[in-house]
Design a protein around this ligand. Sequence first.
Ligand SMILES: Nc1ncnc2c1ncn2[C@@H]1O[C@H](COP(=O)(O)OP(=O)(O)O)[C@@H](O)[C@H]1O
Ligand SMILES: [Mg+2]
Length: 268
Amino acid sequence: MKTLVELHGVGKTYVSARDGQRVQALDGIDFALRRGEFLTVVGPSGCGKSTLLSLIAGFNAPTQGSILFDGKPVTGPGPERGVMFQDYALFPWRTVLGNVEFGPFARGVATSERRRKAQQLIEVVGLTGFETRFPHELSGGMRQRCALARMLANDPTMWLMDEPLAAVDLQTRIILQDELLRLWGDADTGRERPTVMFVTHGIDEAVLLADRVLVLGRRPGRIKAVVDVDLPRPRDRQRSSLEMARLTDHIWSLIRDEAAQAISEETH
Ligand SMILES: Nc1ncnc2c1ncn2[C@@H]1O[C@H](COP(=O)(O)OP(=O)(O)O)[C@@H](O)[C@H]1O
Ligand SMILES: [Mg+2]
C-alpha cells in the first residue's frame, strides 16, 4: 500500500513564552501512514497525541525531523487535510449551514455550489431541518455531526481527528462511530478511502475503528508499538467482540505501566 504521510525523526519541544521552560512532547517519531488506512492513536494523557496530529495538520512545526504529505514537506494547513476536534469550536455566530460551508466559502467556491454541497453533507450527517440553528441550539452529538460535515466540506483526502467523540454520551458515540465508518467507506471496497488519523483515549474505540493502532509511550512521546487490527469490514460488534477484547487487553497492557507512571509524575 502506498504511503501518504511520512514522519522522519520527528520531535517537538515547546518553549514557554512566559518563563522559557521547555517541554519535550515528542521524540524520534519515525512512521508512515498508508494511503486509505484508518489509523488510531492511543497513549497516556500528555504523551503528545494532539501534538502529533497538529504537526501533520500543519498548525505547528516540528522542532526536529521532517514531515512529508504526499511527498511534499508540510509547511502549513491545507484543505486536503480536514480537522475535527473533541469540543469542536464551531463558529458560534454561524448557523449549521454557515459552519458547514465555511471552508468552501474561505476558498472562494461560488455560493450556489458551496450551498448545494453543504446541503448534501448536512443530509449525510443527519442534520436536515437544522440548517438555520446555531451551535448552542444543538445537542453535543448534533454539534459533532455538524463538525463532521464541516470537515468533509473540503473533500479532504485525510481526516485528522482529535478525540472527536470524547464529549458525547455513549449511545451517541456508538451511532457516530458507525456513521464515521460508513462515510469513510467501511463497507465499500471499490473506491479509494480517505486516510484517517484518529486520536482517542478509548482503547476499545481505537480497536473497533482501526486498521492499525499506533501506541505512544508517555512523554516525551515515542512509538511504543503499532498493532494490526486484522478484522474483516464492515465490523460486527458482536461477532468481532472476542478478538477485539483480546486486542484491547493487549494494548492496555502496553500502556498501563506508562499511564501509571505518567499519573504518578503528574501528582508528584
Ligand atoms: N502549546 C503548548 N505549549 C507548551 N506545552 C504544550 C503545548 N501543547 C502541549 N504541550 C505539552 O506537551 C505535552 C503533550 O501534549 P499533548 O500533545 O496535548 O498530549 P496528549 O494529546 O497526548 O494529551 C504535554 O506535556 C503538554 O502539556
Ligand atoms: Mg490531546
